[in-house]
Design a protein around this ligand. Structure first.
Ligand code: MG
Length: 244
């Protein structure tokens, strides 16, 4: 034991002796690799390396979740609006780790309450829902309010704008990892900014979103982004994603 302690002491002494020997600031400069250049976006302009999934003019990047047919949600004035009954829609592309930006608007004319008011949702990898809801002066269960990881994680604050106003989500999402046997080795994690305010900070996702019961992970690969038809006239615009 004493010998191990002595070896440890020698090692630590050696490291601190070496770092004490560095006197040139250039010795700790790292010049490679060089990060590639990305032109930042602004307003409705996405960053130069983003994949634009929806610019308000067409649904070519999307398909019906029900039967993979063309999307029939309404297109109007640079926005797409849920067509109640038409069902959820899926991005045609599949993703793993992403930065996702989107803007949404719940109906200006308030109808219903709780979960029945401006309900939709953004599902990462077709499984994990960040709740979209009109949460402005509208109480519901906290783990189901706007910006919750539905039925799993309460948002840190309520940053909702008034009904009828455009709002934004910016998400940083790390997909779950599974080993070759399909066992979970790292859960999904997500950070969400709602209208620029952090509402989920590196939140651990416990498994696929369940309306009833507890979530259980099942191994999967990349998956599409899903937007939910919950029967309310929620609109979307300016959806882009950057693969990480
Ligand atoms: Mg929802």
């Amino acid at each position: 034991m004493q010998r191990i302690n002595f070896v440890l002491f020698l090692l630590m002494f050696g490291v601190s002796y070496l770092s004490a020997q560095i006197t040139d600031p250039k010795a700790t400069e790292v010049w490679t690799p060089v990060p590639r250049v990305v032109t930042p976006g602004s307003g409705s302009l996405a960053p130069s390396d983003a994949i634009v999934l929806f610019d308000g003019t067409n649904w070519k990047e999307w398909q019906s979740a029900r039967d993979i047919s063309a999307v029939t949600w309404t297109l109007q004035e640079g926005a797409g609006t849920v067509k109640p009954g038409a069902g959820d829609i899926l991005s045609r592309r599949s993703f793993g780790d992403v930065q996702l930006h989107l803007e949404f608007r719940t109906p200006e004319v308030v109808k219903g309450e709780g979960q029945g008011r401006g309900n939709s949702g953004v599902f990462l990898q077709n499984r994990y829902e960040v709740q979209v809801l009109d949460g402005y002066e509208n109480r519901t269960y906290s783990n189901g309010q706007t910006g919750s990881i539905y039925k799993q994680s309460i948002p840190l604050v309520n940053a909702c704008r008034k009904p009828g106003e455009w709002q934004s989500y910016d998400m940083l999402y790390t997909a779950p990892r599974f080993n070759a046997d399909g066992m979970l080795t790292a859960p999904a994690r997500i950070t969400v900014l709602h209208n620029g305010v952090v509402i989920q900070l590196n939140t651990e996702i416990k498994g696929p979103t369940e309306y009833i019961g507890l979530p259980v992970y099942q191994a999967h690969g990349k998956g599409p982004i899903k937007l939910q038809d919950h029967g309310d006239l929620v609109s979307y615009r300016n959806i882009w994603v950057r693969e990480l």
